[in-house]
Design a protein around this ligand. Structure first.
Ligand code: G6P
Length: 660
C-alpha cells in the first residue's frame, strides 16, 4: 500500500474500520493491497506537462485545455491524487507533488501517442463527438491501443484507490476505464464526466466499437455530461447500441463480479430481472446519466482582475494596439471545432463593408494544440492564410486589423486581454461547454463588454445575456457582431450583470459539489421515476433567460418535448457547499480561491509546438508600432516605439490560455 505524500485528511481508514472489514475482497485479494487515497481523479493528462530542453533538462509546464483549468482548483483543496499522462513519450514519472497536488504519471510509448492519443482520441473520437466537423477515421490498430492505454489508467486507479474510495474519471480519452476498474473493484464509487459533447445516435452509430464504449462507461455509478441533450444522447446509445432499457435518467445492468469481466455487460433478460420501481434487485447496478454544466473559478478570476498590475496591463494592451475604438477578441485552442475561420470570414466582410468603422482591431489568440494531427495542421495553414489575406487587404503600415497570436499566455495576461476587449467572440461550431465565454464574463467586474456566443456551445444554455449566433450563418454572425459592438452601456451592463450572476453562483466548486453529491447517493433505494429533486432548469431564476433581446431560438430547452429532459439535468443541485468541512467527504465544498500560478514555467513542447512569443514578440502578425491616430492620419509620422514595460505574467507568457 502506498502511503500518501502527506497527511491529506480522510484518506485512510481508521484502525476500527479496518478491523470491521474482512481482510480480503470477493476476489480473494487482500484489502491491505488497496491504495491509500479516498479520492482518485483519472484524466488523460496531468495538470502539468513534462518537457525536455535541447540540453536534456526536464521541466514541467501547465497542460492545455479546459479540463485541466476546471479541475485544478477542485483538486487543489481535496487532498486526492491525480492520475494522468505527462504529455511526453517515455516511462511514467514516479508519484510526485506539484503545486500542492499529488500526481501519478502514466507513461506512453511513441507508438501509443500515435495510435491512442493522436489516432483514436483525436482523429476518431474528437471529430465524431463534434458532429463530424472533420471526417473521423476508424482504424483497428488505433482501437487496440485505446483499449491498452485505458487499461493502464484503470490499473493505476486500482492501485491508488483506498477501500470504498471515490474515483472520478474524465473525458473521451478514458471511456473504458469505468468498467475496467469496476471489474477489479466492487467497493469503489465511480463517477465519469465527459467534457465534450456526446453525439446523437445516428453519428455515434458510425463507431465500429460503439457497444464497447457504452459498456465501458456503464462501469460508473454516475455519468455526467455538459448538456441535457448529451445525457439524453447517451441514454439513447444505451438502448440502441447495447439493447438496454432505460427508465428516466437511469439504466440498470447486472453487476459482474471481479474476474468475470471481459467486456460483455450482463443485460437483464426481462423486466422481472431488472426489478421494479420500488427497489434494486440483488446483483443489479443502477447507473444514472445527468447534466452538470462545468464552470470556472469565478472567485479566483475576480481576484486576478482586481490587481492593479492587471488593470494597468489592460490599458497598456489597448495602447499597444493603437487606442482603437473597438477591440474584438477571440481566444481558442487552434481547433477546427472552434469556428475560427467562420469568425475571420465575418470579420473580413465587415471590414470590407466598413460596418465597424475604421478604428477596429481583432486580437485572435490561437494556442497550439495537437500539432501532429493532420486536420490541425491543415486548419493552421488555412487560418494563417486567411489572416494574412485580411491583413494584406485591409491593413496599413503599422495597422494590421488582425493580431494573430499562435501562442499561449499566463492567466494574468489573459485576464488583462479580457478586460481590454469590447466584444468577445466565441463562435464554435460545436463545443461541450466553452470556458472562455465564462472566463470573459467572470473577468468583467466593470459590467462592460459584450459576448457573441455560438448556440452550439454548452455555455449558450446558461448565458442568456450573450448575443447568440449560428456561426454557419455568416450574415447573422456579422449582424450580431455589429449589434454587440454598438449597444449602449446600459444594455451592456444589464446583459453582463445577469451573466455574471450566473457564473458567480454556478462556479466550478458548485459543479464539483453537485456531481459529488449525486455520486455519493445510494441510488439503489430510490425510485428512478420519482421526481428528482435536483432536476430543474439551469436557467431558472435567471432574469435574462428567454430574453427576447437575446434573440436566440435555441435559448430555451434544446430538448423541449423530450420526456427525458427533466430527468437528465442535475447541474443545479442545491448542494453547493453543503459538505464543506465534512471530514468524511474528500471534495471541496466551496471555491478554492487558490492561485494557479505555482506550477512552474512553460517551455516549448513536442506536442504543442515550438517557439512561442509574447504580445511583443515575433508572432506571425506584428503588433503595430504605435498608437493609431485614426485611419486618415496614420502614416510613418505617427509611429511611436512600442512600450517596453513588462505586463503582469509576461515572464511566463507561454502558459496556456485559461480554459478551452
Ligand atoms: C479539451 C478536452 C480535454 C483535453 C484538452 C486539451 O479541453 O476536453 O480532454 O485535454 O482539450 O487537449 P489535449 O489533446 O492537448 O489534451
Amino acid at each position: 500500500m502506498r502511503e500518501p505524500d502527506d497527511a491529506a485528511s480522510g484518506q485512510v481508514q481508521s484502525p476500527d474500520d479496518q478491523a470491521a472489514a474482512p481482510d480480503r475482497d470477493e476476489a480473494g485479494r487482500e484489502r491491505a493491497d488497496y491504495g491509500a487515497y479516498s479520492l482518485v481523479l483519472v484524466a488523460s493528462r496531468l495538470p502539468v506537462d513534462r518537457t525536455e530542453s535541447s540540453a536534456g533538462e526536464a521541466s514541467w509546464r501547465p497542460s492545455p485545455g479546459g479540463l485541466v483549468t476546471a479541475l485544478e482548483p477542485v483538486m487543489r483543496s481535496s487532498g486526492g491524487v491525480w492520475i494522468g499522462w505527462s504529455g511526453d513519450a517515455g516511462p511514467a514519472p514516479g508519484p510526485f507533488k506539484a503545486g500542492g497536488l499529488h500526481l501519478v504519471g502514466i507513461g506512453l510509448s511513441p507508438e501509443e501517442i500515435r495510435d491512442y492519443y493522436e489516432g483514436f482520441c483525436n482523429a476518431t473520437l474528437w471529430p465524431l463527438y463534434h458532429d463530424v466537423i472533420a471526417p473521423p477515421r476508424f482504424h483497428r490498430r488505433w482501437w487496440d491501443s485505446y483499449v491498452a492505454v485505458n487499461r493502464y489508467f484503470a490499473e493505476e486507479a486500482d492501485r491508488q484507490a483506498g477501500p470504498g474510495a471515490t474515483v472520478w474519471v474524465h473525458d473521451y480519452q478514458l471511456q473504458l476505464v469505468p468498467q475496467m476498474l469496476r471489474e477489479r473493484r466492487g467497493d469503489v464509487r465511480i463517477g465519469y464526466f465527459t467534457h465534450i459533447p456526446f453525439p446523437g445516435y445516428e453519428i455515434f452509430a458510425q463507431l465500429p466499437w460503439r457497444r464497447r464504449i457504452v459498456e465501458g462507461l456503464l462501469g460508473a455509478d454516475l455519468l455526467g455530461f455538459q448538456r441535457r441533450s448529451d445525457a439524453a444522447n447517451f441514454l439513447r446509445a444505451c438502448r440502441r447500441a447495447a439493447g438496454l432499457m432505460t427508465r428516466g435518467a437511469t439504466v440498470r445492468v447486472l453487476a459482474s463480479g471481479p474476474g468475470e469481466g471481459g467486456y460483455s455487460l450482463r443485460v437483464p433478460a426481462s423486466r422481472a430481472e431488472r426489478g421494479d420501481r420500488a427497489g434494486l434487485p440483488a446483483g443489479m447496478r443502477e447507473i444514472r446519466a445527468a447534466a452538470f454544466p462545468i464552470s470556472v473559478d469565478s472567485a479566483e478570476l475576480g481576484e486576478i482582475v482586481q490587481r492593479a498590475e492587471v488593470r494597468a496591463r489592460a490599458k497598456e494592451i489597448r495602447q499597444v494596439l493603437g487606442q482603437p475604438d473597438l477591440v474584438l477578441l477571440g481566444v481558442d485552442r487552434l481547433d477546427y471545432t472552434k469556428g475560427i475561420l467562420h469568425r475571420l470570414r465575418a470579420y473580413g466582410e465587415l471590414l470590407s463593408e466598413g460596418r465597424l468603422g475604421s478604428r477596429v482591431v481583432l486580437v485572435q489568440v490561437a494556442s497550439p494544440t495537437r500539432e501532429r494531427v493532420e486536420a490541425y495542421r491543415a486548419l493552421r495553414d488555412e487560418v494563417e492564410l486567411t489572416v494574412s489575406r485580411i491583413n494584406g487587404l485591409y491593413g496599413e503600415l503599422g495597422y494590421p486589423p488582425i493580431h494573430y497570436l499562435h501562442q499561449s499566455y499566463p492567466r494574468e495576461e489573459m485576464a488583462a486581454l479580457y478586460l481590454a476587449a469590447d466584444v468577445m467572440l466565441v463562435t464554435p461550431l460545436r463545443d461541450g461547454m466553452n470556458l472562455v465565454a465564462k472566463e470573459y464574463v467572470a473577468c468583467r467586474d466593470d459590467e462592460a463588454g459584450a459576448l457573441v456566443l455560438s448556440e452550439f456551445a454548452g455555455a449558450a444554455d446558461e448565458l442568456g445575456g450573450a448575443f447568440l449566433v449560428n456561426p454557419h450563418d455568416i450574415e447573422g454572425l456579422k449582424d450580431a457582431i455589429v449589434r454587440a459592438a454598438t449597444i449602449t452601456p446600459q444594455e451592456a451592463r444589464r446583459r453582463m450583470r445577469a451573466m455574471r450572476r450566473r457564473v458567480r453562483d454556478h462556479d466550478v466548486a458548485h459543479w464539483a459539489a453537485s456531481f459529488r453529491d449525486m455520486l455519493a447517493r445510494d441510488t439503489s433505494a430510490r425510485d428512478p421515476l420519482a421526481g428528482d429533486p435536483l432536476a430543474g432548469d439551469p436557467l431558472a431564476g435567471d432574469p435574462l433567460a428567454g430574453d427576447p433581446l437575446a434573440g436566440d431560438p435555441l435559448a430555451g430547452d434544446p430538448l423541449a418535448g423530450d420526456p427525458l429532459a427533466d430527468e437528465v439535468l442535475a447541474g443545479d443541485s442545491p448542494a453547493r457547499g453543503s459538505l464543506a468541512g465534512d471530514p468524511q467527504n474528500p471534495w471541496p465544498g466551496g471555491g478554492s480561491g487558490l492561485s494557479r500560478g505555482h506550477l512552474g514555467s512553460r517551455s516549448p513542447s513536442s506536442q504543442n509546438g515550438g517557439e512561442r512569443h509574447g504580445l511583443h514578440g515575433q508572432a506571425p502578425q506584428q503588433v503595430p508600432d504605435g498608437p493609431r491616430q485614426g485611419q486618415a492620419g496614420r502614416g510613418p509620422g505617427d509611429r511611436r516605439s512600442l512600450p517596453r514595460g513588462r505586463g503582469p505574467g509576461r515572464a511566463d507568457r507561454r502558459r496556456d490560455p485559461p480554459g478551452r
